[in-house]
Write a protein that binds this ligand. Structure first.
Ligand code: LLP
Length: 414
């Protein structure tokens, strides 16, 4: 599904022309569609109808306050990985009681903040973290709700950088250590054992690995129950993939069906932590062609967005569709779509057949997830503006950064 639609020769998001957004708000600019966010969330809700389930949006994929607020209003929970993300969720009106806290390196301060906020559960990823959390909770006079994130050693068949459930991964605790660690947790006074979690990877297209992970997790739940450790919830993480080019992406209900079949008849609450599938195709990056440059072997379209704005192509060789905002009826040429950053790896797309002129606008599609969230100030480039379209209205939900803001934290020697 694409968030933009060609109508009367111009690309629109909902009722708004992208060209108008570029004129009013400048480029590069991330554009999100409120309707698309809502539709993606509804697809989960419908797929989970009749289950006791909470969808916890993975904040890391897009942490813009307006995006978080849209999901909060729809009743979502949140999956966070830092104190910063917790603060964002609270600032956006999210319910702390629906927050799960993942991540391998939670600091004492982050633990304290999450305990104070009253989050739903800490997904504990090591024995050392367990000890630290117990100590911090004791100091705060609280009991920390916990789940262990187990590593089910399931191959999610995705990019190695985003496979997280294999034995070689830094995430989670080894499957075979889980029983011993739960026994250890039971003996600690400031912890409350609540559930179990896993997350096997991202951009998953085949539903079988998630179902296999669910089976492995359930085997542990039952083994724990036999020892008198009853778990109230099962968190099966995120990972459902989206369509970037021609991937065969199942609707949420079909992707989740094999997993839900494994869970049928269980009494534990189900938690999911989707990120990409809720926001990825609800956003695009709007950019303008600064120069066309005809090299000896290649043609370059130098655009005003770069790897600091959208790191995925440079980092993972990820493919994003790139489409003209007002298509031209001219012969297309193969272009390298590159940014102004001083790195050969600074490209948004390679060998794209486009009919372009300088000043043209391009939309880099499927940029709602891990786009702005992974942006940086490399080359002292201010971060892009962000707008959210709601029917025929455009709201600035992230003002374009300024250069003085970038160096405001810095100081020179006296
Ligand atoms: N839960 C946990 C514990 C995670 O580590 C992640 C993603 C998610 C949920 C959400 O996964 P999703 O539904 O978005 O697949 N920057 C990479 C993706 C990194 C994913 C990291 N973990 C990219 O741009 O492809």
């Amino acid at each position: 599904m694409s968030v933009a639609e060609l109508r009367n020769g111009a690309l629109h998001v909902e009722g708004v022309k992208l060209a108008d957004i570029a004129v009013q708000h400048g480029t590069p600019c991330y554009v999100y569609s409120r309707a698309a966010l809502g539709a993606a969330f509804e697809a989960y809700r419908a797929a989970l109808a009749g289950c006791d389930a909470t969808v916890c949006f993975a904040v890391k994929s897009n942490s813009n306050l307006a995006v978080l607020n849209v999901f909060a209003r729809l009743g979502a929970g949140f999956d966070i990985v830092s104190g910063g993300e917790l603060a964002r969720v609270l600032a956006a009106g999210g319910d702390a009681a629906k927050v799960v806290f993942s991540g391998v390196g939670k600091t004492r301060d982050e633990m304290r903040a999450a305990l104070d906020a009253g989050i739903f559960c800490f997904n504990v990823e090591s024995a050392s973290e367990l000890e630290r959390l117990n100590a911090v909770a004791g100091e705060c006079g609280k009991r920390a709700p916990i789940a262990f994130r187990v590593n089910p050693n399931v191959d999610p068949k995705t990019h190695p950088y985003i496979s997280t459930g294999l034995k070689t991964s830094k995430f989670g605790i080894p499957y075979d250590d889980a029983l011993a660690l739960y026994r250890q947790a039971r003996a600690l006074p400031h912890l409350d054992i609540r559930g179990i979690a896993c997350h096997i990877g991202s951009q998953l297209l085949d539903p079988a690995p998630a179902a296999e992970a669910a089976e492995k997790v359930l085997a542990l739940v039952d083994a724990l129950a036999a020892e008198g450790i009853a778990l109230a919830h099962i968190d099966l993480g995120g990972g459902m993939g989206i369509r970037y080019s021609d991937e065969n992406v199942l609707p949420a209900a079909d992707y989740l069906a094999p997993m839900l079949k494994v869970l049928a008849g269980r009494r534990e609450r189900l938690l999911l932590e989707p990120g990409r599938s809720l926001v990825g195709n609800a956003g695009l990056l709007l950019t303008r062609v600064e120069f066309l440059k005809h090299g000896e072997e290649k043609n370059f379209a130098v655009v005003d967005a770069a790897m600091n704005d959208l790191a995925r192509p440079a980092l993972y060789d990820a493919w994003h569709d790139i489409v003209p905002v007002v298509p031209r009826a001219a012969v297309a040429t193969a272009y390298e779509i590159v940014g102004p950053v001083c790195e050969s790896g600074d490209f948004l797309g390679r060998g794209r057949q486009l009919a372009l002129q300088e000043g043209d606008l391009l939309a880099v599609m499927s940029a709602g997830a891990y786009g702005m969230a992974m942006s940086s100030n490399y080359n002292t480039r201010p971060r892009a503006a962000e707008v959210m379209v709601d029917a025929d209205r455009v709201h600035v939900v992230g003002r374009r950064e300024t250069v003085p803001e970038i160096f405001a934290r810095e100081s020179i020697l006296p």
